[in-house]
Design a protein. Structure first.
Length: 188
């Protein structure tokens, strides 16, 4: 099995769990709570290496994973639909797809709200005013509300790389230097 097949299988599993959670939560009209829970879960996954290990390491038994993830879910105050899904995922040894499930749930919530997420990579962290202005500019181009997901990559030197759906705009200095370097190679 190659890596692309593995990624496809993981995204398929994540899609099924996300669809189930989304359906339950939407029916119960708890989407704002789910969105808040996903923010908390994402922050915890990002900051806690031990939790990431618990999700992906095969050395933990089903019972160990299940007990740990349920304790974490309860302590975080996750809604019952999300808690139960995490417990089921532990029983089925599917916790490794939790990050993909969280991403897919965010996409589903954004689509429900009529939002589009723009992935923005900048050389320096964007200020609140810059993020707001960028979101307004993108909204005018895209035609729907835009939520900014910002990350920092100092190797860009300056400028931005913006991805909205399948479109990418690269205004980084690094890209311009690479383009100039390629043009110089063609001349010489």
């Amino acid at each position: 099995m190659d890596v692309s097949e593995s990624a496809s299988v993981s995204s398929g599993i994540a899609e099924r769990y996300a669809t189930a959670v989304f359906g339950l939560v939407k029916e119960g009209k708890d989407l704002p709570k789910l969105e808040a829970n996903l923010d908390d879960l994402s922050a915890t996954l990002e900051s806690n290496a031990e939790l990431r290990d618990l999700l992906s390491s095969p050395i933990y038994s089903r019972d160990e994973q299940g007990g740990a993830i349920m304790a974490i879910a309860k302590k975080m105050g996750l809604i019952p639909a999300l808690q139960n899904t995490l417990g089921l995922m532990a029983q089925k040894r599917r916790l490794f797809v939790v990050p993909a499930m969280v991403r897919r749930l965010r996409e589903m919530i954004a689509a429900e709200k009529g939002e589009v997420t723009a992935e923005v990579v900048s050389a320096q962290a964007l200020t609140e005013a810059q993020s707001k202005k960028l979101a307004e500019t993108l909204k005018a181009q895209v035609g729907s509300d835009v939520k900014i997901s910002a990350t920092v990559d100092e190797s860009l030197i300056g400028g931005l790389v913006v991805k909205v759906g399948s479109k990418m705009i690269d205004t980084s200095i690094r890209a311009k230097l690479n383009s100039l370097q390629n043009a110089m190679k063609e001349v010489g």
